[in-house]
Write a protein of this length. Sequence first.
Length: 288
Amino acid sequence: MKKSQRNAQTRRFCPPKKKSSLRKAAEIILAVVTVAAFWIGLWLLLAFRVNSELLLPSPLSVFRRLFALIGTAALWKATGSTILRILIGYISGIAAGTILAALSAWSRHISAFVAPLGRIIKATPVASFIILALVWIPANNIPSFIVFLLVTPIIWDSLRTALLSTDPDLLEMAKAYRFGKLRTVLHVYLPSSIGAYLSSILTALGLAWKSGIAAEVLCLPKLSIGRQLYESKIYLEMSDLFAWTTLVIILSVIMEALIRFSVTRFTRLNAARRNTKNAESTEDGQHD
């Protein structure tokens, strides 16, 4: 018993060391490299098996072509234009979805009006919207419109559900302490819904990339990755097709990592600020 108590006390006063940030980063990099090496190796084996650059180019030829394209102005212009179009639609969709979710949670009539539109957008194929948009909208603006159209209902549905699921006891407490509308939003609704809201933003990003590139392939803006993909397919330049596809994947991963880092950073700062406020209120209560 004494030995077990001594061990318990030792664990209490000497907690296990946390992994350093450098070690965590090394483990993440090792995992990413291992997974990438596995899939590239599988790709290499399939390329050797097919033995036709026209059907399946090897990873070496694809990466060689990608590095050659990086040195050209055409890649940077197309990439910059595509990122700009997708970001415009993505940010606009987040803003519209946030506003509609707040209005829908506030009024049942607005929710009943918006809900059918959200269901129609989710059920309709992306290609149908793109073809319809070709009739009404200039080709350069269609990718932004399509991204906006698909991101908005994701943000709206997730945030509206989170707002309506706010704990009624917290709302009663806010009412009892006479928080007012602004303080109720900041101290009750926002902490209750921020997790689902940030998760929906990350989910919408992948869909934004897919729908934006698909729209560019069909409407063919002058400077775009989608146009480069289409022309590579038309002229049977499979190395170029795979190189541009690899570029799209890399850009998507980088943007998702940046947004995930920003979301994590914001969540930690918010939690730290809340803990500081709680500690200050506890100290004030003890002094009283």
